[in-house]
Design a protein around this ligand. Sequence first.
Ligand code: HEM
Length: 241
Amino acid sequence: MSSAAAELPNQNATIPIIMTDSAVTETGIRAAALRVLAARDRLNARRIIVLLLISVLVVPICVVAIGSGLGLIALPQEMFELASRSPILFPAHMVCSALALLMAPVVLAARRRPEYHRPLGRLLGVFVVIGGLTALPVAVLSHSPLGARAGFFVQGLTWLWLLLAGIRSIRRRDVELHARLMLAMVAVTTGAVWFRILTGGAIVLGLPFDDVYTGAAWAGWMVPLAIVAARPRLSAGLLAR
Ligand code: HEM
């Protein structure tokens, strides 16, 4: 075995290769170390983007949703009328769904601390059940375009299904499947964020509002869900230690 005295850019970097006298040169070690560092940089960059998205988008949207649900912030006229048709279900939907969205990053971040992950995950599950079950009648009672209401309805069903499938997988001790299903559930939850960005963009750009509203009610959650489903390595990277 050659000595591991080769200079590394970062002494804490882990180099996942087996060193033999003949095969390993200093240049090879240096290149491997640089690759490890580059991978770490990419991972840290992704984490910073996620944190920025959470603080700039998720937190304000959830604060407004909870304020609207508690009657502290005025709803737009159509939503105000919807709230008067479903005075309990709609506020419950707004508050519980927003709490689910707020809690999701915390529960994911606590994934290696079962003493926090389990109770917080159960509480998050309760909010998803209430938020999802109340979304279904709200979608039926809404006067929004039919295509949009159908999108919300299918989103609610998908949300609940992913939660149930995630719970069943962890009861079978299938941790990997549980992680993938819960990430998919969170991706569906983020639909509330992308939906508002898309519909807000339609207002700013003067695009046909009803069409964008209907498209956003589907694309807002299906695109993030498709990304998470199609790129499990990206998700695994985000969840890496
Ligand atoms: C993930 C599944 C979700 C479904 C199926 C769903 C469904 C719905 C539906 C059907 C409406 C009425 C829209 C209309 O009539 O045009 C609505 C409104 C609303 N939802 Fe959700 N929602 C979900 C997630 C969330 C989340 C995570 C939040 C938290 C921010 C949220 C907060 C609200 C708020 C505040 C409104 C009323 C005002 C507005 O549109 O800003 N929902 N939702």
